[in-house]
Design a protein around this ligand. Structure first.
Ligand SMILES: C[S@@+](CC[C@H](N)C(=O)[O-])C[C@H]1O[C@@H](n2cnc3c(N)ncnc32)[C@H](O)[C@@H]1O
Length: 357
């Protein structure tokens, strides 16, 4: 249950979707001939959701920016499907967005504004004050809309797709990731390694090719099909693949290190649930090594949304968010550094490698 109460404009959100045509109100929008429409449907301490569209280009997917206390905390792509929008003739219906603002709210009054991305225009119903009490805000994982979105975010991964589809259209080795791991961790014949989202097994393949020592390895993978393929590819008594979800998996033995590449950005609504779960299953002094999307060199940027095709959730974290969230999950000594995972058709895949103890 949320300990927030909504006041101001958030307390009187109209009950049904409205077409609020804003053309003409703001010169910046007129100049690029857009007809922006939309609505905030829910605005509480744990959920800001609604939809946006451009009537002059109904197929286009727009972004929304969320400010809390005048600081941009998220840019969201409005690409989630809603049947009611489709029935109302709003493009292909893939126009909605969802965001949990809880971690950005201060105790007391918070000024919240939801804007059409890159503009100063407020989405109808999207400005007001959210009041946060002293208690921590807890989003119940059984909440119906949360469960629905979590399921959508995992649909792509539950299915099977070609190996190269998992890593930018090319099959990569795990060399650069394992090199980064080796800067802080020493593989040991008594150690247990846990990997989240092994995909087609490129990190394990590199560990085996380099003959790095370990006692056992467990890969936790959402896709049953991939687990089957991995089990036959790496038939070895020290290696196990388990169909499971990092958010709630229960390891059979505590891990000395958890490794994970190109996956944390897909955990909805953020990686903290999975990381907290894994941290409780680390041995004392156990380590975590994960990589993240990097958009700008300073890692200031943050954005999130659902892919229009396949619906995978993709979240870009700022360096500050990564550090704060790791600390919240009980990890200290977080180190961030650049890494290049491989070369895709579009160029080097540059990311940020995070390790913590
Ligand atoms: C983009 S692929 C990356 C694969 C691999 N880590 C690599 O870098 O080559 C993401 C992988 O994580 C898996 N995955 C996504 N969400 C997961 C979750 N909640 N728990 C376990 N595995 C997950 C997907 O099924 C997929 O195999």
């Amino acid at each position: 249950m949320s300990c927030l109460k909504a006041v101001g404009r958030f307390s009187c959100v109209p009950p049904c979707p409205v077409w609020a045509v804003l053309r003409g109100r703001h010169s910046v929008v007129d100049s690029i001939a857009m007809e922006l429409v939309g609505k905030i449907d829910v605005c509480t301490g744990t959920e800001i959701s609604g939809w946006v569209a451009d009537k002059s280009d109904p197929q286009k997917q727009l972004w929304v920016d969320v400010d809390v206390n005048s600081i941009l905390v998220a840019s969201l792509k409005a690409a989630l499907m809603r049947d009611d929008l489709l029935r109302a003739g709003i493009g292909d219906g893939r126009k909605s967005f969802w965001f949990d603002p809880s971690r950005y709210l201060e105790v007391g009054d918070n000024l919240v504004a939801v804007r059409f991305g890159g503009t100063h225009m407020i989405v109808p119903g999207g400005d007001g004050i959210l009041v946060r009490g002293d208690a921590l805000i807890y989003r119940c994982p059984d909440d119906a809309s949360f469960v629905r979105l979590l399921r959508i975010s995992q649909e792509r991964w539950m299915a099977s797709e070609p190996d190269s589809g998992l890593t930018w259209g090319q099959v990569f080795t795990g060399d650069s990731f394992i090199d980064a791991v080796l800067t802080r961790y020493t593989f040991h014949p008594a150690h247990h390694i846990c990997e989240i989202g092994p995909g087609y097994g490129r990190l394990l393949m590199t560990i085996l090719r380099r003959q790095l020592p370990f006692r056992s390895y467990t890969g936790i993978e959402l896709s049953a099909d991939r687990v089957q393929k991995l089990n036959s590819k790496f038939a070895n008594e020290r290696i196990h693949f388990v169909e499971g979800d990092a958010n709630q998996v229960c390891l059979q033995q505590a891990a000395d290190i958890v490794i994970c590449s190109s996956t944390f950005e897909h955990l909805f609504p953020d990686f903290t649930r999975a990381l907290s779960n894994l941290v409780t299953q680390l041995k004392p002094k156990g380590q975590v090594a994960v990589d993240f999307i990097q958009i700008d060199p300073e890692m200031m940027h943050r954005q999130q949304g659902f892919e229009p095709e396949g619906h995978a959730f993709v979240r870009v974290y700022s360096a500050q968010e990564i550090r704060t969230m790791f600390a919240e999950c009980g990890l200290s000594q977080v180190e961030l550094g650049p890494i290049v995972l491989g070369k895709a058709a579009s160029g080097d895949v540059k990311r940020i490698f995070a390790s913590a103890v």
